[in-house]
Design a protein around this ligand. Structure first.
Ligand code: SF4
Length: 467
């Protein structure tokens, strides 16, 4: 019997620097710009060439890295992490980077993504004597590296990576090297930049802008970059690669000022709004978007239809994202605290409300209600993603299949449940067109279509499809 899966749902941000005297400070700023990818915990490990030193804690970047805490972080290489985890995977011990010490040296790991064979590997490793300190699947890589039997770290890492399945963007740091690896499907974004002679790596390019770094390129699926005092070398650890970047990064998760594979996230969202104007052209008085991730799409819808865009909904910026609150009760409370309808804008008006996704439906119902309570005469909901019918196994918290409203309900049934006058989801073809693509090659659409780019292991399926 395999152990129960814990903490598989997570979405995180990573940032690394090699060859800069202010490595820890730069990582602090980089992580700050990636804060939207995880607010539950954060950490930085720095190398001075002799030893690795880490600071981590639960909370936001600005809360954990006080001036006092930053004083200990001296060195010219650093990696950092912002973490989001579900209830089972929270806790201080799971906050990354994870730091391991052994007689042959130290190793720090930061991971964005989710392994689909973590439990099978953990089970194997435990039966061979490994003892895990965390419930995070990231620790699996450390054990695989140390057990690989190869004499050189590079080969140990390549061998260990080849055993992993799922989504992973890893930063691996020793006293003298920074290694950067992306899974063979390139499911999560990861980019390389430079700052003078130093190299920087980040989950999103918005972090480069914040620290003044110049974008060089995206990390390739199945690539292992090794950065040390001799410069940068690129190797492959996977023979077969098929690119499948997460489409939800464009729709919801990434910051609008980031570029993923050369596509600006704001522009992609705006194009989705324009496409929705073609697929769902309503007669209405105002277009409004659910802040912040749907503003770009609503601007696109307004521009394409000529209906004025108005600020019909206001967000209280000091409340975390509804999507990533851990319980249903908290989610519902979160919505009430987070959004208000602007009566002066929507009263007596036919409103087109643009949102990026419907996950459980509770948020949409509440927002439609807010607009109607504020006097909107009609609320037409247009969604810039196709219906999410299946869970994500790769690190975006769409939760279990039974919690997804579109998994067993028609669009009409969902419309009725959220109380809208109409409901339209963008088509898969329309979404791809908005991304400038003719087909779906190169993109993951698993949560929409059920076609996942990797094999999904039975113990993972059991968790996500629980009844
Ligand atoms: S299943 Fe959906 S959310 Fe998960 S990686 Fe694929 S597109 Fe992204």
């Amino acid at each position: 019997m395999l152990p129960e899966i814990k903490g598989l749902n997570e979405e995180c941000g990573i940032f690394g620097v090699f060859g800069h005297q202010d490595a820890a400070q730069l990582t602090y700023y980089g992580l700050h710009s990636l804060q939207h990818r995880g607010q539950e915990g954060t950490g930085i490990v720095v190398s001075d060439g002799q030893k690795l030193t880490g600071v981590k804690g639960e909370g936001l970047v600005a809360e954990v890295f006080t001036t006092e805490a930053m004083k200990d972080l001296k060195g010219s290489a650093a990696i950092g992490h912002v973490r989001y985890a579900t209830a089972g995977g929270g806790g201080y011990e799971n906050v990354q980077p994870l730091l391991f010490h052994s007689q042959t040296g130290s190793l720090a790991l930061a991971h964005n993504g989710n392994l689909v064979n973590a439990n099978s590997l953990k089970y194997q490793l435990e039966s061979q004597g490994s003892i895990f300190q965390t419930s995070s699947d990231t620790e699996v890589l450390a054990h695989l590296i140390r057990r690989s039997g190869y004499p050189h770290l590079k080969d140990q890492v390549k061998n260990a990576l080849a055993m992993l399945k799922g989504a992973y963007a890893y930063l691996i740091m020793t006293e003298t090297e920074l290694m950067v690896a992306l899974d063979p499907h390139g499911l999560r974004p990861l980019s390389l930049g430079c700052l003078g002679d130093a190299y920087v790596v980040a989950s999103e390019t918005c972090a480069f802008d914040v620290v003044g770094a110049e974008y060089i390129r995206d990390i390739l699926p199945g690539e292992l970059l090794i950065i040390n005092e001799n410069g940068l070398t690129s190797e492959r650890f996977a023979i077969s690669t098929t690119k499948a970047i997460c489409t939800m990064e464009y729709i919801y998760f990434s910051r609008p000022d980031s570029n993923i594979q050369g596509i600006n996230v704001h522009t992609a969202r705006k194009n989705m709004g324009k496409q929705l104007a073609v697929e769902a052209p309503f007669e209405a008085d105002v277009v409004t978007g659910v802040p912040d991730s749907s503003i770009s799409a609503s601007i696109g819808y307004a521009e394409a239809t000529g209906i004025p865009y108005e600020m019909g909904l206001i967000k209280n910026k000091y409340v975390g994202r509804t999507f990533i609150q851990p319980s249903q009760t908290l989610r519902e409370q979160g919505v009430k605290m987070k959004l208000s309808a602007v009566r002066g804008v929507v009263e007596g008006k036919r409103v087109v409300m643009v949102d990026d996704s419907i996950v459980r439906g509770t948020t949409s119902r509440r927002i439609v209600n807010l607009l109607k309570e504020a006097g909107a005469t009609e609320v037409h909901v247009v969604i810039s993603s196709p219906p999410i019918k299946n869970p994500c196994f790769y690190g975006i918290d769409t939760s279990t299949k039974e919690e997804l409203i579109a998994s067993d309900k028609s669009v009409e049934q969902i419309r009725e449940l959220i109380g809208a006058d109409s409901l339209t989801f963008i088509s898969v073809e329309g979404m791809m067109k908005a991304l400038g693509q003719e087909g779906t090659n190169g993109y993951c659409l698993g949560c929409f279509t059920g076609n996942y780019p990797t094999e999904i292991y039975p113990d993972t399926l059991q968790y996500y499809y629980q009844k």
